[in-house]
Design a protein around this ligand. Structure first.
Ligand SMILES: Nc1ncnc2c1ncn2[C@@H]1O[C@H](COP(=O)(O)OP(=O)(O)O)[C@@H](O)[C@H]1O
Ligand SMILES: [Mg+2]
Length: 304
């Protein structure tokens, strides 16, 4: 039997005639941080909502911790923690009450709840704020409370839907280091994000999806190397003969008008040539990034 924490096979979900998730399969191993990336509307949230039983799937199979989700849901749900995309905290309760009320969904002793609440308040740096009403919290504090709440049952799998969207840089970095600590403790993490730096920093493996389907899957560095090579050349205000040259030689590139992005593989030679012959200024050689790959695969059109 497989030891995977998550195993999905051909998950599908439609809303009326619209297919939101169109045959998604992936697996996540114990201790891995696995990322679901994709533009708005790609089907990330729908996919993970099927995983934690919030959205019924139309078809496909789903196993968590080696257990069939259709049969063993009660056993499974106690082992998962979820941070949904929206901060669905109870606005009438304090920080502490939000944790205590949620803890009541699990079969925990009073002493255990007391200890876990204290530990989690410390872990998420919410000590001193425990009597605050949720309405008084900033976005960053709410996110920390949502994380604390998701950990109250000491889960083996943590699912995070856009954990850092809308947060300031300090809050993002603080949350990342918390997630890294959890990962170091062996927690398996599934996360969706729009931030490529977040994915590159946290994810051991990831998929990029669009229109309900997975486009690519792999470790971030390996994906970049496989699809783009090591480096990218950017040229600002390119001249006409450079455009002609790229087309003539069939070099993969994107023409953004005022800027050319050239996927040059290992681009040192090409870079030297460009600087010498085509563009003395405004030519830059840099490492290819996950953001390059994301845009290459999903395009540059606005989604909303
Ligand atoms: N309850 C729903 N009813 C109808 N359409 C939905 C519903 N939930 C999601 N969708 C649609 O499914 C698509 C995928 O949504 P979602 O999974 O939220 O994408 P993502 O999280 O990647 O932004 C979107 O086009 C969205 O409008
Ligand atoms: Mg979403």
């Amino acid at each position: 039997m497989s030891s995977a924490v998550i195993e999905t096979d051909n998950l599908r979900k439609s809303y009326g005639s619209f297919t939101a998730v169109n045959g998604v399969s992936f697996s996540v191993q114990p201790g891995e941080c696995f990322g679901l990336l994709g533009p708005n509307g790609a089907g990330k949230t729908t996919t993970i909502r099927m995983l934690y039983g919030f959205t019924p799937r139309d078809s496909g199979s789903l196993r968590l911790f080696g257990l069939d989700c259709d049969g063993a849901w009660r056993l499974i749900k106690d082992r998962i923690g979820v941070c949904q995309q929206d901060n669905n905290l109870d606005p009438d309760l304090t920080v502490r009450e939000n944790l205590e009320v949620f803890a009541a969904y699990f079969n925990l002793s009073k002493a255990t709840v007391r200890e876990r609440v204290a530990n989690l308040l410390r872990f998420t740096a919410l000590e001193g704020r425990e009597q605050s009403g949720v309405r008084d919290l900033s976005g960053g504090l709410m996110r920390r409370l949502v994380l604390a709440r998701a950990l109250i049952n000491d889960p083996q799998l943590l699912i995070l839907d856009e954990p850092t969207t809308g947060l300031d840089p300090q809050s993002r970095h603080q949350l990342w280091s918390r997630l890294e600590e959890l990962k170091a403790q062996g927690l398996t993490i599934l996360l969706t994000t729009h931030y490529m730096d977040e994915a590159q920093r946290l994810c051991d493996r990831l998929v990029i999806m669009d229109q309900g389907q997975i486009l690519v899957e792999g470790a971030p560095r390996e994906l970049i190397r496989r699809h783009l090579g090591d480096s990218v050349i950017e040229v600002v205000a390119p001249c006409a003969d450079l455009r002609r040259m790229l087309v003539e030689r069939g070099l993969p590139h994107e023409d953004l008008g005022q800027r050319l992005v050239i996927y040059s593989g290992n681009g040192d030679d090409l870079y030297r040539e460009l600087v010498a012959e085509h563009c003395r200024e405004g030519c830059m050689l840099r490492p290819a990034t996950l953001e390059d790959l994301f845009l290459r695969l999903t395009g540059r059109e606005l989604r909303e």
